[in-house]
Design a protein around this ligand. Structure first.
Ligand SMILES: C[S@@+](CC[C@H](N)C(=O)[O-])C[C@H]1O[C@@H](n2cnc3c(N)ncnc32)[C@H](O)[C@@H]1O
Length: 269
C-alpha cells in the first residue's frame, strides 16, 4: 500500500503501515515494529545517515537555546525513541545555563523524553545513566499524553511524528500540553526536491537504505516502511497548514539535506 513511485500520493490522516486499515491497527503495528528494531536502532541511524542525524538533532536543540537557558523551563521530547533528541536538548540546556550562570541552574527541571515502546525507553535510560545526562524517560502515548494542559514550554519530536496514527490528534495534543506562547518542533523526513543530487538521494533512500537496514536489523519490513511512510506524509506546506489549524501560529519550516529533512517550528497560539 505504501507507494514507491516518484509522484506524491495523497497524504493520509495518519500513518497506515501495510496491512493496517485504521488508527488502532496502525499504532499496534508501529509499536511492535519499533520494539523489534530497538536493539539496532542507534547503530543503523548513525550508519544510514552517515551520522547526519546527530547534526540535525543538535541544530534543532540550538534553535531553542532561548527556552532551554531558563532554569524554570519545562521541555519534553515525545516519540523520543532511544533519547537522542532529549539528550541534545539536555546538553544545550546545560550549555546555556552555564553561560547564564543562573544560580538555580543545578535545580533546573530535567528534560523529559517519552515514547510508547519499552525497549526504546530502556535504551534511553541506559544511555542517560552511562553519560549522566539530565534527561528522564517515561512511557506515554503521544496521542494521549499523561500531562496536564499547559505543562510545558517546549515540546519536540524527531522522526516520530510521521508514525502517529492521527496527525491532527498528535498536533492538538502537543498544543494542549504547551502553555500559550510555548514552542513546538517537529523534525521529520520529507520528500526531497528536484535535481540530480536529490534523485541520487531518492534512489539511496528508497532502494539502498531498505536493503542495508533490513539486512542489519533483520527486519526488512521496518526499513521498507521508512521511505514508504515518508512518501505518504504531508509535504512541509501541508504540515505547516495543519499546524496552523491545530492551535499554532508563527509556523516556520526549514529544510536540510537536499530537502529530505524538514524542521517545523511554531508557537502555541
Ligand atoms: C523513528 S523513531 C524516532 C526516535 C527518536 N525520536 C529519534 O530521533 O531517533 C520513532 C519513535 O516514535 C515512537 N512512536 C511512534 N508512535 C508513537 C506514539 N503514538 N506514542 C509514543 N511514541 C510513538 C516509536 O516507538 C519510536 O520510538
Amino acid at each position: 500500500m505504501l507507494s514507491m513511485t516518484t509522484e506524491k500520493p495523497m497524504a493520509l490522516p495518519g500513518t497506515r503501515p501495510e496491512g493496517t486499515v485504521d488508527e488502532r491497527e496502525a499504532a499496534a503495528h508501529v509499536r511492535e515494529m519499533f520494539g523489534r528494531i530497538a536493539p539496532r536502532y542507534d547503530f543503523l541511524n548513525h550508519l544510514l545517515s552517515l551520522s547526519l542525524d546527530r547534526v540535525w538533532r543538535r541544530r534543532t536543540a540550538k534553535r531553542f537555546a532561548h527556552i532551554l537557558g531558563r532554569p524554570d523551563a519545562r521541555a519534553i521530547d515525545i516519540c523520543c525513541g532511544t533519547g537522542d533528541l532529549a539528550f541534545a536538548l539536555a546538553r544545550e540546556r546545560r550549555r546555556q545555563l552555564r553561560r547564564g550562570r543562573a544560580p538555580e541552574s543545578e535545580a533546573a527541571m530535567p528534560v523529559i523524553g517519552c515514547d510508547f515502546v519499552e525497549p526504546m525507553l530502556e535504551r534511553a535510560a541506559d544511555k542517560a545513566r552511562a553519560a549522566e545526562h539530565a534527561a528522564v524517560f517515561a512511557a506515554a502515548d503521544a496521542l494521549r499524553l499523561p500531562f496536564a494542559d499547559a505543562s510545558f514550554d517546549l515540546v519536540t519530536t524527531a522522526f516520530g511524528f510521521r508514525n502517529l496514527g492521527n496527525y491532527e490528534q498528535g498536533l492538538r495534543e502537543i498544543a494542549r500540553v504547551l502553555r500559550p506562547g510555548g514552542e513546538a518542533a517537529i523534525l521529520e523526513f520529507t520528500e526531497p526536491g528536484a535535481g540530480p543530487l536529490a534523485a541520487v538521494f531518492r534512489f539511496y533512500f528508497r532502494r539502498v537504505l531498505p536493503l542495508v537496514g533490513g539486512a542489519i536489523s533483520g527486519n526488512r519490513e521496518a526499513y521498507r516502511y521508512l521511505p514508504g511512510s515518508v512518501a505518504m506524509f504531508p509535504s512541509p506546506e501541508e504540515l505547516a497548514a495543519l499546524m496552523q489549524r491545530c492551535g499554532f501560529r508563527g509556523v516556520r519550516a526549514t529544510t536540510w539535506n537536499l530537502g529530505s529533512v524538514a524542521l517545523h517550528t511554531a508557537l502555541r497560539a
